[in-house]
Design a protein around this ligand. Structure first.
Ligand code: SF4
Ligand code: SF4
Length: 463
C-alpha cells in the first residue's frame, strides 16, 4: 500500500466529517470505520505502519459500496474513489484465495469479460436456459435452493438474454435522421449488450432521432470497471487501451454511454493511464469525449424535434397521467456529474408526472457485484430505499444503469410491488414513448438544434 497509495491524497483529508451523512454504510452501521473518513484514516494508518492490513481492515474496504457519494460533498476534494481502487489493488496483490476463488476470478476477469464473443456465447446459453424450460425445471427441482437467497432472487428477475448484440441488430453504423450534428461512438458495454440488447438498440435509435450519426466500433470491449473495483487494475488498463484504440480509429466526436457504472470509468481513463508513456495523451483525448446519452442530447441534439416526437407519440385523446420516479446511478451523478440531464429529459415527456424519490442520490446497494458478494448490507440498503420508492406511488421507476435496474427490479419483487410498478431504463422509456421520425424526413421541417436552453429546464416535480 505504501507503493500504491497516493499519500498526498490521504493527507488531503482534514477529518471534517462532512462526508459522513452521505455514506450509506455509515448510515446503516453508525461505525466510524465504515465511513469515508474512517476508511481514509485506516488506509493512512496502514501506510504509516501504525496498523497491519489485516482481515478486519480488508472487511471495511470490502464493505464500501464504491458509490462515491462522499466525493461531491468533500470540501477538500479528496479523491476517495481513487484511494479505494489503489487500496483494493494492493490488497489483491497479496490476497491468499482458495483454489476455487482463484479459478472463478481468472475465469471472470481474464477469460470472459474481456472477450465480447464469449460474452455473447454466454448470452446464448442463458437464453437457451431461459427459453427451453430448463429454468423452470431447475426451480421446481429445488436446485436453486443450493444457492444463497439473493442469487435465487436475482435468477428470477434476470431479463431474457437476447443471444446477440447491438451490432448484430444494427450493424456498426446507424445514420442520423436528417443532417447530422455530430458523429458519436456508442459504448455498448459487456453485460449491457448481452442482457439489455434492446436498450442498446434504443440508445442508438434515440441518438439518431436526436441528430447524431452513430458508430458502434465492433473492436471495443468491456470498460474494465469490474476489474478496477475488484483490485485488477492492470487488466482494467489493458481493456482501457483497447477501447481507446477502437474509438480513436472510428474518429468520433463523442463517446456515449448509457450505463453510469461504465461511463464513470470511461470518463476517468486519463487517470487510469496517467503513468502510461504511450497512452496517457490518447486517454485524455478519450476521457474528454465521454458523455452520458442524456448529456449529449441536451448539449448538441435536436431537442425541440425530439420533444415534438414525444408529443406525437402520445395517443390522441389520452388524458391519463403516468407517475414516474427516478433512482440516480451513483456513478452517473457523483462521477459523471450528470444528475440533472436525465431529469431534464424526463420533464419533456407529455402525460407524465415526475415525483422525486427521497434519497434518490443514495446508492441502491447494487454497486457492480456488491449485491452478490455483500448480500446482507446490499439488501439492508435496498430495503430502506424501497420504503421511499413506495411513498412515490409511481408506476415506473426509471434508472440509467443496468446494475441499478436489476436491483430496482429485485426491490419491487421483494416488496410485492410487481404488477403495480415497473423498473425501466430511462432510454427505453423515452424511446418507446416517441413517434420515430420517418426515414427521409429532415430536421429542416422540425425545430433545429441549439434552440433550447439545454440542461436548464427543471422537471415538473412533486416532493
Ligand atoms: S469530507 Fe473530505 S476532508 Fe472531510 S472527512 Fe470526508 S473525506 Fe476527509
Ligand atoms: S464510496 Fe460510498 S460507501 Fe464508500 S465510503 Fe464513500 S459514500 Fe461510503
Amino acid at each position: 500500500m505504501k507503493l500504491t497509495l497516493n499519500y498526498d491524497e490521504l493527507t488531503n483529508c482534514m477529518r471534517c466529517g462532512f462526508c459522513q451523512p452521505s455514506c450509506p454504510t455509515f448510515k446503516e452501521t453508525g461505525l466510524e470505520a465504515a465511513s469515508p473518513r474512517g476508511r481514509i484514516a485506516l488506509m493512512k494508518a496502514v501506510v504509516d505502519g501504525v496498523m497491519e492490513p489485516d482481515d478486519s481492515f480488508s472487511r471495511q474496504m470490502d464493505l464500501c459500496l464504491g458509490c462515491r457519494a462522499c466525493e461531491p460533498v468533500c470540501p477538500a476534494d479528496v479523491k476517495y474513489g481513487q484511494l479505494l481502487e489503489q487500496t483494493r489493488d494492493a490488497i489483491e496483490d497479496h490476497a491468499e484465495h482458495s483454489w476455487w476463488v482463484k479459478g472463478l476470478r481468472s475465469l471472470t476477469f481474464r477469460h470472459m469479460f474481456p472477450h465480447q464473443k464469449r460474452m455473447r456465447l454466454l448470452g446464448s446459453g442463458l437464453r437457451l436456459y431461459q427459453r427451453s424450460g430448463a429454468a423452470k425445471l431447475v426451480r421446481s427441482a429445488g436446485v436453486m435452493k443450493l444457492f444463497p437467497e439473493t442469487m435465487r432472487q436475482m435468477e428470477r428477475i434476470l431479463p431474457e438474454a437476447s443471444g446477440d448484440g447491438v451490432v448484430d441488430r444494427l450493424g456498426t453504423f446507424y445514420p442520423a435522421k436528417g443532417t447530422a450534428v455530430a458523429k458519436v461512438g456508442l459504448f455498448r458495454g459487456c453485460i449491457m449488450d448481452v442482457l439489455f440488447t434492446e436498450t442498446n438498440v434504443n440508445t442508438a435509435k434515440l441518438l439518431a432521432e436526436a441528430g447524431f450519426d452513430v458508430v458502434i466500433p465492433d473492436t471495443q470491449n468491456c470498460c474494465g470497471a469490474l476489474h478496477a473495483h475488484s483490485g485488477e487494475l492492470d487488466q482494467a488498463r489493458d481493456l482501457a487501451r483497447r477501447n481507446i484504440r477502437a474509438f480513436r480509429e472510428a474518429g468520433v466526436d463523442y463517446i456515449i454511454s448509457n450505463a453510469g457504472g461504465c461511463g464513470a470509468l470511461l470518463v476517468e481513463y486519463h487517470h487510469l493511464l496517467h503513468e502510461d508513456p504511450v497512452m496517457a495523451e490518447e486517454a485524455r483525448w478519450f476521457a474528454e469525449r465521454v458523455k452520458d446519452i442524456t448529456q449529449v442530447i441536451l448539449e448538441r441534439g435536436h431537442v425541440p424535434a425530439l420533444t415534438e416526437r414525444l408529443r406525437e407519440g402520445r395517443p390522441s385523446g389520452d388524458q391519463t397521467e403516468t407517475v414516474i420516479t427516478y433512482q440516480d446511478s451513483c456513478h452517473l451523478r457523483n462521477v459523471m456529474k450528470a444528475g440533472n440531464a436525465p431529469r431534464n429529459l424526463m420533464s419533456r415527456i407529455p402525460g407524465v408526472r415526475f415525483r422525486e424519490l427521497q434519497g434518490a442520490d443514495r446508492c441502491c446497494g447494487s454497486a457492480g457485484i456488491y449485491n452478490l458478494v455483500q448480500p446482507e448490507m446490499s439488501m439492508q440498503v435496498l430495503d430502506h430505499k424501497m420504503e421511499h420508492v413506495k411513498e412515490t406511488e409511481a408506476q415506473y421507476l426509471l434508472t440509467s444503469n443496468p446494475g441499478c435496474l436489476l436491483q430496482m427490479k429485485l426491490g419491487i419483487e421483494r416488496e410485492g410491488l410487481a404488477g403495480r410498478m415497473e423498473a425501466v431504463h430511462l432510454v427505453d422509456f423515452l424511446y418507446e414513448r416517441m413517434k420515430p421520425q420517418p426515414v427521409g424526413e429532415t430536421e429542416a421541417a422540425l425545430p433545429g438544434p441549439g434552440s433550447t436552453s439545454a440542461g436548464q429546464t427543471a422537471p415538473r416535480s412533486e416532493k
